[in-house]
Design a protein around this ligand. Structure first.
Ligand SMILES: [Mg+2]
Length: 253
């Protein structure tokens, strides 16, 4: 005869968390939400080359360091606006459409050729999946290019994928993270987001997820909503649980 189900789901969860560490992690981290560019794959450099190509087509020469920083983690529209600004060219609808097509086509060629993993990223995906914690891909990149990247990354890693062109507002707005949590049917406040850029971190923190920041192109300063780590190499599922508990305690304080 099965034991009677506990009447209080909170105390049930609490008592279960002492049984084994894996179930403790499952109960404390509802899902892990991974950014793509710069977090899982080393694609920011590819975006950079594509943006410079559009800039030169507009008569510019090279992106300033500040413009490069601004485009990190951005979406196609925001990055294109920066390129037009850097070139000193008025962004007409016609030029914008041509520039967007050039940006997508150039980037697609790079994505199809395959992109290198960021250190430890592939193993981190496997670790989270092996622990039975749902994984989402949450990217500002559009669906067309994301699907190309997913051929190399492996679609099977993700319970859901959310792209920048599938939500009303891309990162740094919280929309992509809120949508991922909604699709997974988990509270976003019980999720850990893994991000590399200030734009992505702003989105995840605005959504209410605890953030594991793994810097790629620019340094990430400490903040109450995040834990900064050099790389994903050696990431354990317990480390993700620790990120959530550290952030939760800081926010309560
Ligand atoms: Mg990123």
């Amino acid at each position: 005869m099965p034991a009677e189900a506990p009447s209080d789901p909170v105390s049930e969860r609490h008592s279960r968390s002492y049984l084994v560490s894996e179930s403790a992690v499952r109960s404390s981290v509802a899902a892990v939400l991974f950014d793509m560019d710069g977090t899982l794959i080393d694609s920011e450099k590819v975006w950079d080359r594509s943006l410079v190509e559009v800039l030169r087509w507009l008569g510019g020469t090279d992106l300033s360091a500040e413009a490069r920083r601004e485009t990190l983690g951005g979406n196609l529209a925001s990055s294109l606006a920066i390129v037009f600004r850097e070139a000193g060219v008025l962004q007409t609808p016609e030029l914008t459409e041509q520039g967007a097509r050039m940006l997508v086509d150039t980037t697609a060629e790079f994505f199809e050729a395959g992109l290198p993993w960021r250190p430890g990223a592939e193993e981190a995906l496997r670790t989270v999946r092996a622990a039975g914690v749902p994984v989402a891909l949450v990217t500002n990149t559009g669906r067309f290019l994301t699907d190309k990247a997913l051929v190399g990354i492996g679609r099977e890693h993700f319970a859901v994928t959310v792209c920048g062109d599938e939500v009303p507002r891309g990162k740094p707005a919280p929309d992509p993270y809120l949508r991922a949590a909604e699709l997974l049917a988990v509270p976003v406040g019980e999720c850990v987001a893994v991000e590399d850029s200030p734009t992505g971190i702003a989105a995840a923190e605005a959504a209410g997820a605890a953030v594991l920041a793994v810097p790629c192109e620019v340094a990430i300063p400490p903040g109450p909503g995040r834990v900064v780590r050099d790389t994903l190499v050696g990431l354990r599922i317990e480390d993700l649980a620790a990120v959530r508990s550290v952030v939760r305690e800081r926010i309560r304080a």
